[in-house]
Ligand binder design. Structure first.
Ligand code: ADA
Length: 572
């Protein structure tokens, strides 16, 4: 399932999920040997979506792999092929022809195949999961280097004139919403055509119109209207609106929620009311599924996060599944969406590289377009822990923030810094996220107090003193089951101690608007016996989860639940 609700009722959609032929190409000879025309003997059958690393004997394979799926179509038809996420580089071929290339990992891309003849077709995908100094993320990153087609592949049949895109924008004006809708109708026909277009919301007809679309052209339709007395999307009390764009032979549904996002007095305001953020960082990862996280487990993650008393989740560190965001929309949970620029070990030279910058901007744009309608998304985050002390970081960040503001001015733009006392980026953002690990990587947990005092002074000097500060990462590792009388490093007890002490300190600071504990669940780490990074990660996992990788609660979970629930009581 891609969404929790159908996006089309008329348009025929089929998921190509299931077994695909799979073969590694560790010597990178597939292109030269035309594997896209003559697929070699498959090494195995692999279920898509999945990460190959979760299969036997493929655990640490990073590199090129080819996939093949045979499909059968019963008549000539226009096809829209959507890859909802392929890790790294993806080249797509159909019947030996190269159809397109995408770089990324967590955002969808599509290919239109006009008049695909009836018969059997061979869809081949070459993927490359290799991380290097210019990929995003780069080669040193604190999560497992998975590879594969991690989200569904969808085959849609579209008519001669079809709905190419459907964008809904609004501004709240008192109790009413001023709405702007843009729909693109695209023709795949050799002849001019017409369509009867209708826009509606639930059972309410909004407008309809007869449209002509020239052969092979795209017609852009724009509508403006007002909805009165809208029910607002609020944290914990979400209200959602389902809009339909339709023509005789095609349709598309988009769901939104109405809310206004602001900042004031160091707080995030939703619909004018301050919301203290009780959050958690969540990787969309599981030891059995990797990044191909199944919907059923998303529901379970959500249930655990609600049980914990959270009202927000940081999607660390990459665009997460639309299905997950649908669940957050439906439960009134605030979401922080970010792209995988993970910078703790990112050299400054990389930040200056044109290819890296181009990838960063493209990824950012793809993420904003992908998640734009989700009311749960309140923050767009441009990066995590890059060297924010440099002018080069400033230049890249300025471009990224500028792009995001151009694409969406209704949300807050943010990032997470690990250099709060030397950071030169503060003035660029609406909200500052701070990652610090007192009590774990440095000093005692009390160190937060002094650091925050210094930070606030510096932020004022830089003209950023009025911005809300969120503690976006803090915590420590606790190995599940390691409990005792003494608070030893790596015990559940010590982890619980750091997290609870830190939460108390943050709550006393009026300029801190919320907390995101690192992290929800233990995740697989990227450890190499020859590598120098992450060698403190016992079991090859980052063990800072409040629950372990199978979602079993540690002592810190129970402590945080007590604190977050008490805060929630105070705020209600
Ligand atoms: C960083 C980083 C996280 C994780 C964490 C840790 O702050 O943003 O992804 O690596 O440190 O556990 O050290």
């Amino acid at each position: 399932m891609i969404r929790t609700f159908p996006e089309h009722l008329i348009r025929k959609t089929t998921l190509l999920d299931g077994p695909w032929d799979f073969v590694r190409d560790s010597e990178n000879k597939g292109q030269q040997e035309n594997w896209f025309e003559r697929f070699p003997h498959a090494e195995k059958s692999l279920y898509v979506p999945s990460c190959w690393n979760n299969e036997l004997h493929l655990y640490d394979y990073e590199g090129i792999a080819w996939y093949r799926k045979k499909l059968r179509t019963d008549q000539t038809q226009h096809v829209r092929l959507i890859f909802h996420a392929v890790l790294g580089h993806a080249d797509v071929y159909l019947d030996g022809q190269h159809l397109g290339y995408h770089y990324g990992g967590y955002t969808p891309f599509e290919i239109i195949l006009p008049s695909l003849p009836a018969g059997e077709h061979e869809l081949v995908v070459r993927t490359d999961s290799t991380l290097d100094r210019l990929t995003i993320p780069t080669e040193v990153v604190d999560w497992f280097h998975y590879g594969g087609i991690i989200r569904s592949v969808e085959l849609q049949t579209v008519p001669d004139i079809y709905i190419d895109s459907f964008a809904i924008n609004y501004e709240l004006n008192g109790a009413n919403a001023d709405i702007k809708v843009e729909v693109r109708l695209r023709s795949l026909s050799q002849a001019d055509g017409t369509a009867h277009f209708a826009l509606s919301e639930s059972e309410r007809d909004i407008c309809s119109k007869q449209i002509s679309v020239g052969a092979g052209q795209t017609e852009v339709l724009e509508f403006e209207f007002q909805l009165n007395d809208v029910r607002l999307w609020n944290p914990g009390q979400p209200e959602l609106y389902l809009f339909r764009a339709g023509i005789e032979q095609d349709d598309r549904y988009e769901r939104i929620g109405f809310r206004k996002i602001e900042t004031k007095d160091h707080r995030i305001l939703i619909n004018g009311a301050p919301v203290y953020l009780r959050g958690i960082n969540r990787h969309e990862e599981h030891p059995e599924w990797g990044f191909a996280f199944p919907p059923k487990l998303m529901q379970k993650d959500l249930d655990i996060i609600l049980e914990l008393g959270c009202n927000t989740v940081r999607g660390s560190h990459y665009p997460q599944s639309p299905y997950w965001l649908d669940l957050l929309d439906e439960n009134g949970i605030i979401f922080w969406s970010e792209i995988p620029i993970w910078g703790a070990a990112l050299p400054n030279e990389t930040v200056c590289e044109p290819l890296f910058q181009e990838r960063a901007l493209t990824m950012m744009e793809e993420m904003v377009r992908m998640h734009i309608h989700h009311p749960s998304v309140v923050f767009w985050s441009v990066h995590n822990e890059i060297d924010s002390r440099t002018q080069d970081a400033y230049e890249l960040t300025k471009r990224m923030v500028g792009l995001v503001r151009k694409l969406d001015s209704s949300r807050l733009v943010t990032y997470a810094t690990m250099h709060p006392l030397e950071d030169v980026l503060l003035p660029l953002f609406d909200v500052i996220g701070i990652n610090k690990y007192y009590g774990w990587y440095e000093g005692q947990v009390e160190g937060f107090k002094e650091m925050l005092q210094q930070f606030h002074k510096r932020a004022e000097r830089l003209g950023a003193g009025d911005k809300p500060v969120l503690m976006t990462e803090f915590g420590g590792a606790g190995i599940f089951g390691d409990v005792g009388w003494e608070p030893r490093l790596f015990s559940e007890d010590y982890q619980a101690h750091i997290v609870t002490e830190a939460l108390g300190l943050f709550k006393e600071d009026p300029r801190v608007g919320g907390t995101y504990i690192w992290q929800f669940a233990d995740i697989r780490g990227d450890l190499k016996s020859s590598g120098k990074h992450f060698r403190d990660r016992a079991r090859s996992f980052n063990n800072k989860g409040l629950v372990n990788e199978y979602r079993k609660p540690k002592q810190s979970f129970r402590e945080v639940r007590r604190i977050y629930r008490a805060w929630s009581e105070q705020d209600s």
